[in-house]
Design a protein around this ligand. Structure first.
Ligand code: S3P
Length: 174
């Protein structure tokens, strides 16, 4: 496959987990933008938000996406807010086949409440925040993606096989 497979979607929709599975199944390296940013910055995402602010984090995301334009044949799992800027949405499409993993607000709340490493949800009303951000971002995920998968009723295998099949079709290798 020339190009990459890029996973976008809200926090807690399984981008990192599905990314790891796809990486194993296809033997493609996995690039997780949150991990790459934390590694470069030498600190965790919550620490970047606390010490440098969200704007600085968003700039790191854009810089990283631009660097990735030189790469092919990777699985790229992204942070949930990466679709916020038009520039990022354009880069995402240029990076390859973009898959939007979606889940219901209930499922997202359940999955994200298992730890507190998401600064945007560390507040009094994570449920309200999820609903607000979902409403804001869903049109952006839709605009940036080639494929949308509603993950609530699917197992990992079904999601991964669906993505691989569709990506092969997209790249004309099937
Ligand atoms: C964010 C999602 C997080 C991480 C940061 C901001 C967001 O990634 O990039 O906390 O704005 O939705 P995950 O989607 O992997 O949780």
């Amino acid at each position: 496959m020339q190009g990459n497979i890029v996973l976008i979607g809200f926090m807690g929709t399984g981008k990192s987990t599905i990314g790891r599975e796809l990486s194993k199944m296809l033997s493609y390296p996995l690039i997780d933008t949150d991990h790459a940013i934390a590694k470069k910055a030498g600190k965790s995402i919550p620490k970047i938000f606390a010490e440098d602010g969200e704007e600085a984090f968003r700039k790191m995301e854009t810089d990283l996406l631009e660097e990735l334009l030189e790469k092919e044949g990777n699985i790229i799992a992204t942070g949930g807010g990466i679709v916020g800027s038009e520039r990022n949405r354009n880069i995402l499409r240029r990076l390859g086949y973009v898959v939007w993993l979606a889940a219901s607000p209930e499922e997202i709340l359940d999955r994200t409440s298992r730890n507190n490493n998401r600064p945007l949800l560390n507040n009094e009303d994570p449920s309200g925040t999820i609903l607000r951000l979902l409403a804001e971002r869903s049109p952006l995920y839709s605009e940036a993606s080639h494929l949308n998968i509603e993950t609530d009723q699917l197992c990992f295998d079904e999601i991964c096989n669906g993505i691989i099949e569709s990506a092969r079709y997209h790249y004309g290798t099937k």
